[in-house]
Design a protein around this ligand. Structure first.
Ligand code: ADP
Ligand code: MG
Ligand code: MG
Length: 893
C-alpha cells in the first residue's frame, strides 16, 4: 500500500532530507529539522506521488489519503494540545506547497486555516481580540485568493477604504472592532462573487487548500517558471500542513527571514530581516520596512530601527545557534524562515540559499578553507554558465555619472537600457533588439517573462527579499529595489525624480551592486578573473584533464583569451580578418579573379596583411600552440554585391564592371554552404594555401626572433572528406613551408591536421589519421551536415520538434550524442587506431557548452576550444567533468 502522508514534529519525523523527491524540498527539510530536535511546529507532508496521482486520475485525490491525513492531524493535535475546529482550543494550520527544487513565489501558501466565526472567538478569548480578527481576515484574504479565485485586489480595495475612513496610515493602527468590520465585509464580498458563503467547516477548508496546492502546480506562473528553469512537469509538488505559530501576537512576537551568509557578497555573517508583530509574507511583501537581524548590519545600513539582536537577545542567540548548526549540517549556506511567538522561537524553513555568482564563489572557497567541504566539492558547487555574470562589464568607477536615485543593491551587476514600464513592452522591445530596463513599483510573479528579457530591473518599493530582488538574483540580472525617490506612474508611463520626468525609451543605467540609478549610459569596465574567482579556477585547473583553448583571430581576442586562462588558440579563421574595410577589396579581387595570374596579383596584396596578423597573434600567444585554418569562405559572403561594390572591385582590378558582373554570376552558387569552400577551393587554386603557408611560416620566424619563444603553428585543412583532398593540400603546404624555411631562420616546425566536419571524414578517420597530425572537430558544420539542415534554418523547426518530442535539446548548442556525438566518438577511436599520438580537439561553438564539454571528456579528446569569454566557463566545466557530478550542486543563482 502506498504511504501518502509523512508526519514530523515533537523531536522526530518519518521523513528526512534524503526524501526531497517524495516530500519536496520544504517537507524533507522540515522533517530533517524536526529530527535534529530543532523547534519546528508539528505537521505532515502529503507526497509528490499524491500530486502525480491527482493529475493522472483527472484531478482526483488518491484513495486512503483522507484516513492518513486524519491520523496525522490527530498527532499534531496531541502535540499541541489543541483540536482542529474546536471552540475551546482551536488548532490552526498552514497549508504550504513545496516542490523538489524551490520555486519562490510560484506556489501559494494559506495561513491560519481552521478559522471560522466560532474558532475566531475562541482564539480571541485565549489570546487577544485584535490579533484573532487580524488573523481571520488574513485567512479569508489568502484562502479566497488561492482556493476560491477571488482577486486579492478586491480585498485590498476594502482595506484601503477602511483605513482611509479611519484616517489610519497603516494596518497597525486598526483596532479589533475595525478588523471585525473588515472581516464582515470580506465575507460579504466572497459571498457576492462566489454566490456561496465563505466555507466555515475547517475540514472543507483543509481539503480545498490541499486541492488548490496541487492545482497550482499547473498554473501559468508555475509553468513559466518551470520552463525557464528546466524543471520537469512530472516532479509534482508536495503539500505541507503544519501547526500555525503566530508572529503577530503583539510586541513579544516577530517573524523573519535569514541567510547564514550574505547572498549578494557571500560574506560570512548572519544576514536577514524581520518585523515585530507580523506574520508570514509581511517581511517580503514590502508593506512595512523590515528591520535588520544583527547590530552590525543595522549600523552598516545606518538604520535607527532596532535589530533583533538588541530587541530579543535570547531569541536571537538561539536562532544564531540553530543557523550555525544547520549550515554545518547541510554544509552549505542556508536560507531560513523563523517566527517568534510570545518570546518562543520556531523554525519554519531551511534550504540551500540562492546566491549571486560572486557570493557562490566566496562561499565555496571559504567553506573549503574552513574545512567544511573539499576543494573538489567547492569546484562542483559553481554552475559553469553562471560565471557568465562575472565575465561581463561593470561600471567604470572613473566614468562620469549623474545619480538620480538610490535604492537597495538587490542583485549585483550594472546595466544600461531604455526605460519600459510593463513586462509586455519589455518583451516586444527586446525582440526588436533594444536593451531595456524594466521599471515597476514592485514586481509580482506575473512579471517573470518581462523580467527575463530585461537587462535590469528597477523598483521603487520592496526590500532585499522582495520578489524583484529574489527573482533577479535567481536570473543573475542587475536589480535595484526600493528606490523610494522615484515617483512611478504606470498609467501615464512616466517616472519622475528630482523634478525631472522620464518616459519610455529614455536611457538609464542601474548598478545593482551599489543601488545607484543613473541618467543616460555610463562607461563600463571589462571583467577580470581575480580573488575568489581566481582561487576557484586554480582548483578547477588542478582537477581537469582537458586543455582549454580559444577561438580567436585578432590580437585583442588572443590577449583576452590568455588573460582568461586559454592554453592556446584552437581555431583562427583566416577569412574573418578579411571583412575589414582595407582588405575586403583585395579579398574580393582574389575571389573573382578569372585566372591564376590575376589571383596571384591579388594574393600578393593579401600576403603582408596576413603575415602581420599572424605575427601579432603569435606574439600575443607567446609560444602557446596556435591552430590556423586555411581559407574557408562561403563564397557568397565575399562576392561583391550591388553596383557600388562591383564598381569598387572592378576599379581595383582594372577591368570593366559589366565583365565583372558576368564573372560574379558564374561564381554564384545554388547552395553556398555546400559549395566550393574549404579544401575544394584550396585544391582549385593551390596558390591560396601556398600564400597562406608562406605568411604563417614567415610570421612564425619573425615571432621567434622577436620573443624568443618559438611557436609551433598547427595548419588545419577545412572541409576534408577524402584522403586525396588532404594529401594534395598538404603537399602544397609542405612545399611552401620548405621554401620559407630554406630562405630564412629559424627553422619553423609545424604540423598539418584536418578538420572533421563531414560525416565522410569521421567514417574515414583511421585513414586520415595516417596522414594528419591532428583532428579538430568542427561541430557547427558537422551538425549541419549530419542533420542536413543549416543552423539558421533549424531555429524555426526546433521549437516544433521539441514540442513533438522528436528532439530534446538544440543540437547546435549541445552536442547531439546519438548522431554528431557518435561520429565524434567513432572518429576519435578510429583516428587513434591510425595514429596513437593523434591530437584531438573540438572547435565548434559546442566547445563552450558545459554538457558538450562533459561529452568531450568522456570521448577522450585532448582539448576544447571556445570563444575567449567562455574560457573560464570551459575550464570549470572540464574540471566538473572529471570530478563527476556526485555531490549535489548548490542552488546557484
Ligand atoms: P514560500 O515557499 O513562498 O516561502 P511558505 O510556505 O514558506 O511559502 O510560507 C509563506 C510564509 O508563511 C513564510 O513566511 C512562512 O514562514 C510562513 N508560514 C508558513 N507556515 C507557517 C506556520 N505554520 N506558522 C507560521 N508561519 C508560517
Ligand atoms: Mg518559505
Ligand atoms: Mg566548417
Amino acid at each position: 500500500m502506498t504511504k501518502w502522508v509523512y508526519s514530523f514534529g515533537g523531536g522526530e519525523a518519518e521523513g528526512s532530507r534524503e526524501m526531497r523527491e517524495l516530500l519536496g524540498g520544504k517537507g524533507a527539510n522540515l522533517a530533517e529539522m524536526a529530527s535534529l530536535g530543532l523547534p519546528v511546529p508539528p505537521g505532515f507532508t502529503i507526497t509528490t506521488e499524491a500530486c502525480n496521482h491527482f493529475y493522472a486520475e483527472g484531478r482526483k485525490l488518491p484513495e486512503g489519503l483522507t484516513e492518513e491525513v486524519e491520523t496525522a492531524l490527530a498527532k499534531i493535535e496531541a502535540l499541541q494540545g489543541k483540536r482542529f475546529g474546536s471552540r475551546e482550543a482551536p488548532l490552526l494550520v498552514s497549508v504550504r506547497s513545496g516542490a523538489r527544487s524551490s520555486m519562490p513565489g510560484m506556489m501559494d501558501t494559506v495561513l491560519n486555516l481552521g478559522l471560522n466565526d466560532e474558532t475566531v472567538e475562541a482564539l480571541a478569548a485565549s489570546a487577544d481580540r485584535r490579533f484573532a480578527y487580524d488573523s481571520y481576515r488574513r485567512f479569508i484574504q489568502m484562502y479566497s485568493d488561492v482556493v476560491l479565485g477571488v482577486d486579492h485586489h478586491e480585498f485590498e480595495a476594502i482595506l484601503e477604504e477602511e483605513r482611509e475612513a479611519r484616517g489610519a496610515a497603516s494596518d497597525t493602527e486598526l483596532s479589533a472592532e475595525d478588523w471585525e468590520t473588515i472581516v464582515a465585509r470580506f465575507k460579504a464580498l466572497v459571498e457576492e462573487i462566489n454566490a456561496a458563503p465563505f466555507p466555515q467547516s475547517p475540514r472543507d477548508q483543509l481539503w480545498g487548500a490541499i486541492g488548490a496546492v496541487f492545482s497550482s502546480w499547473m498554473n501559468a506562473r508555475a509553468i513559466t517558471y518551470r520552463s525557464l528553469h528546466d524543471i520537469p512537469e512530472s516532479w509534482g509538488t508536495a503539500v505541507n500542513v503544519q501547526a500555525m505559530v503566530f508572529g503577530n501576537m503583539g510586541d513579544s512576537s516577530a517573524t523573519g527571514v535569514a541567510f547564514t551568509r550574505d547572498p549578494a557578497t557571500g560574506e560570512k555573517a548572519l544576514y536577514g530581516e524581520f518585523l515585530v508583530n507580523a506574520q508570514g509574507e509581511d517581511v517580503v511583501a514590502g508593506i512595512r520596512t523590515p528591520q535588520y537581524l544583527t547590530e552590525a548590519a543595522r549600523i552598516a545600513a545606518g538604520s535607527d530601527a532596532p535589530s533583533l539582536e538588541t530587541l530579543m537577545p535570547e531569541q536571537f542567540a538561539e536562532f544564531a545557534a540553530h543557523s550555525d548548526r544547520l549550515e554545518r549540517h547541510y554544509r552549505d549556506m542556508q536560507d531560513l524562515e523563523f517566527t517568534v511567538e510570545r518570546g518562543r522561537l520556531w523554525m519554519l524553513q531551511t534550504r540551500n540559499g540562492k546566491r549571486t555568482t560572486r557570493a557562490a564563489l566566496k562561499i565555496a572557497t571559504a567553506m573549503a578553507e574552513e574545512g567544511l567541504i573539499s576543494r573538489e566539492e567547492a569546484v562542483m558547487r559553481i554552475e559553469p554558465t553562471s560565471l557568465d555574470q562575472l565575465l561581463h562589464p561593470t561600471l567604470d568607477p572613473k566614468a562620469e555619472r549623474k545619480v538620480i536615485a538610490k535604492g537597495l543593491p538587490a542583485s549585483p551587476g550594472a546595466a544600461s537600457g531604455e526605460i519600459v514600464f510593463t513586462p509586455d513592452k519589455a518583451d516586444i522591445l527586446t525582440k526588436e533588439g533594444h536593451a531595456v530596463i524594466l521599471v515597476r513599483l514592485e514586481t509580482s510573479p506575473e512579471d517573470i517573462q518581462g523580467m527575463a528579457c530585461a537587462r535590469g530591473i528597477l523598483t521603487s518599493r520592496g526590500g532585499m527579499t522582495s520578489h524583484a530582488a529574489v527573482v533577479a538574483r535567481g536570473m543573475g540580472k542587475p536589480c535595484v529595489s526600493g528606490a523610494g525617490a522615484l515617483k512611478i506612474d504606470h498609467k501615464a508611463g512616466t517616472m519622475t525624480v528630482l523634478g525631472k520626468t522620464y518616459g519610455e525609451g529614455d536611457v538609464i543605467t542601474i548598478d545593482g551592486s551599489s543601488g545607484e540609478v543613473m541618467e543616460g549610459r555610463v562607461a563600463m569596465l571589462q571583467p577580470e578573473v581575480s580573488g575568489d574567482f581566481a582561487t576557484l579556477m586554480q582548483w578547477a585547473d588542478a582537477a581537469r584533464r582537458l586543455k582549454v583553448r580559444a577561438n580567436a583571430e585578432t590580437p585583442e581576442d588572443a590577449r583576452a583569451a590568455r588573460d582568461f586562462g586559454a592554453e592556446g588558440i584552437g581555431l583562427c579563421r583566416t577569412e574573418h580578418t578579411f571583412f575589414q574595410d582595407d582588405r575586403i577589396v583585395a579579398m574580393r579581387e582574389m575571389i573573382v579573379a578569372g585566372d591564376t595570374q590575376a589571383r596571384r596579383k591579388a594574393l600578393a596584396k593579401l600576403l603582408p596583411l596576413q603575415r602581420k596578423d599572424f605575427l601579432e597573434l603569435f606574439q600575443a600567444m607567446r609560444g602557446l600552440p596556435v591552430t590556423i585554418r586555411l581559407l574557408d569562405p562561403p563564397l557568397h559572403e565575399f562576392l561583391p554585391k550591388g553596383e557600388h561594390e562591383i564598381a569598387e572591385v572592378a576599379a581595383a582590378m582594372g577591368t570593366d564592371a559589366t565583365l565583372l558582373g558576368e564573372r560574379i554570376l558564374e561564381l554564384t552558387e545554388a547552395n553556398p554552404m555546400l559549395g566550393s569552400r574549404g579544401c575544394r577551393l584550396l585544391l582549385l587554386h593551390p596558390e591560396i594555401p601556398e600564400m597562406q603557408t608562406r605568411a604563417i611560416i614567415e610570421a612564425a620566424q619573425q615571432a621567434a626572433r622577436l620573443t624568443g619563444e618559438p611557436v609551433t603553428p598547427e595548419i588545419m585543412v577545412p572541409l576534408v572528406g577524402m584522403i586525396g583532398e588532404f594529401n594534395r593540400v598538404k603537399a602544397v603546404i609542405d612545399a611552401a613551408a620548405a621554401a620559407v624555411n630554406e630562405a630564412g631562420a629559424p627553422k619553423i616546425d609545424y604540423t598539418v591536421g584536418t578538420m572533421i566536419e563531414l560525416p565522410r571524414a569521421a567514417l574515414r578517420a583511421r585513414e586520415l589519421a595516417g596522414e594528419a597530425a591532428f583532428f579538430s572537430f568542427g561541430t557547427n558544420d558537422l551538425t549541419q551536415t549530419t542533420f542536413g539542415i543549416s543552423r539558421d534554418d533549424a531555429a524555426s523547426f526546433l521549437t516544433r520538434y521539441q514540442e513533438l518530442g522528436i528532439l530534446e535539446k538544440d543540437p547546435f548548442v549541445s552536442i547531439d550524442t546519438d548522431g554528431v556525438g557518435a561520429l565524434v566518438r567513432l572518429a576519435a577511436h578510429e583516428g587513434r587506431a591510425g595514429r596513437p599520438d593523434l591530437k584531438l580537439g573540438i572547435c565548434g561553438e559546442h566547445g563552450g557548452d558545459p554538457a558538450s564539454i562533459h561529452f568531450c571528456e568522456q570521448a577522450g579528446l585532448d582539448y576544447v576550444s571556445c570563444s575567449p569569454y567562455r574560457v573560464p566557463v570551459a575550464r570549470l566545466a572540464a574540471a566538473q567533468a572529471v570530478i563527476g557530478r556526485t555531490t549535489a550542486s548548490s542552488e546557484t543563482a
